[in-house]
Design a protein around this ligand. Structure first.
Ligand code: ZN
Ligand code: ZN
Length: 318
């Protein structure tokens, strides 16, 4: 009888439905489903405190200089820092660059006010790991409605009962400057607060720091929310309940991060807007760096073996 098979006749057990990713390692107990959503006071205070101060900027300190500081600092920290430095370089290693440039881009990324370098890698990769499984809980899949998902993502965290082990490669985990950024990522804002205060007083600080952090965090969450619900897909990954979608028309506003359907299909590609007409300012920056010798081994969609189940659908620009 099949039920009488002794357990010892089987090879060591990894739950067959779990897919490992580069930095996420399983143990036999690892379970991607069992866990709970917990309120995180520090995360909530950080976001809601800046949101309140951002509102003060708009109501009490309206100014063109403030709006300019907000726009310039948002563009630099989100494009060069978050999209290129943290996401395409540090997390996906989709191109190579001198170490000083990596540190500079990652530092700009930590100024976004979302997390330090290791916190960003961890949050991204655990979500990515969840989204590659045959079943994914509602927190990492952005499965809840608009306001509930906002609360979950901006003020809470999903804690697994039996989490996997997480390993960051030694050349990153042992970099002293990155360790310093990780320990001090909230305090890094002081490096902006002081010159902004000197240039334009408290109003300029509220525009350039608090309002920028609020809009960056809320905007980042909104892209993640909508890019996992519906939209355009040039490719889909067969057999997975969580899919990534492109959000056409938002290329310039999100610096290319709106092409999330493409990113699910080609996670190692430095280029996110891979189809004709898909605007991708983050990739333009990488191309400019490449032109002056500051980026090399830039990976495209074809650089890695195709993901299992990758299926071509209709192309679309925007
Ligand atoms: Zn990614
Ligand atoms: Zn995704």
């Amino acid at each position: 009888m099949a039920a009488a098979q002794p357990a010892a006749s089987h090879p060591p057990v990894l739950p067959p439905q779990l897919i490992q990713t580069e930095r996420v390692r399983h143990s036999p107990e690892t379970c991607a489903l069992q866990g709970c959503i917990r309120w995180v006071p520090v995360k909530s205070l950080w976001f809601l405190g800046h949101a309140l101060l951002g509102l003060v900027a708009l109501v009490i300190y309206p100014s063109w200089a403030g709006a300019l500081a907000f726009l310039v600092l948002s563009a630099v920290t989100l494009c060069a820092g978050h999209s290129v430095g943290m996401h395409r370089l540090l997390i996906h290693r989709s191109f190579e660059t001198p170490r000083w440039m990596l540190r500079l881009l990652v530092w700009l990324g930590s100024l976004v006010g979302m997390a330090g370098p290791f916190g960003m890698i961890r949050a991204h990769d655990l979500r990515d790991w969840h989204q590659r499984q045959a079943a994914c809980p509602p927190h990492p899949s952005h499965g809840a409605g608009f306001w509930r998902d906002a609360w979950w993502q901006l003020c809470c965290e999903f804690r697994l009962t039996h989490p996997p082990r997480f390993e960051i490669e030694p050349d990153i985990a042992q970099d002293r400057l990155l360790i310093w950024m990780e320990r001090t990522w909230m305090a890094q804002q002081l490096l902006l607060v002081l010159p902004l205060w000197w240039l334009g007083g408290v109003g300029l600080v509220l525009w350039g720091v608090s309002l920028r952090i609020t809009v960056s965090l809320f905007g980042h969450w909104m892209v993640g929310h909508f890019a996992h619900r519906r939209g355009h897909q040039g490719w889909r990954i067969a057999g997975l309940p969580v899919q990534g979608y492109n959000l056409p028309g938002l290329g310039l506003l999100t610096f290319g991060e709106n092409w999330h359907g493409n990113h699910h299909a080609f996670p190692h590609s430095a280029r996110l807007g891979v189809e004709a007409g898909q605007l991708d300012p983050g990739f333009w920056l990488i191309r400019a760096m490449q032109a002056v010798g500051l980026a090399w081994h830039v990976k495209g969609p074809e650089a890695e073996p195709a993901r299992e189940g990758l299926t071509r659908l209709a192309p679309q620009g925007g």
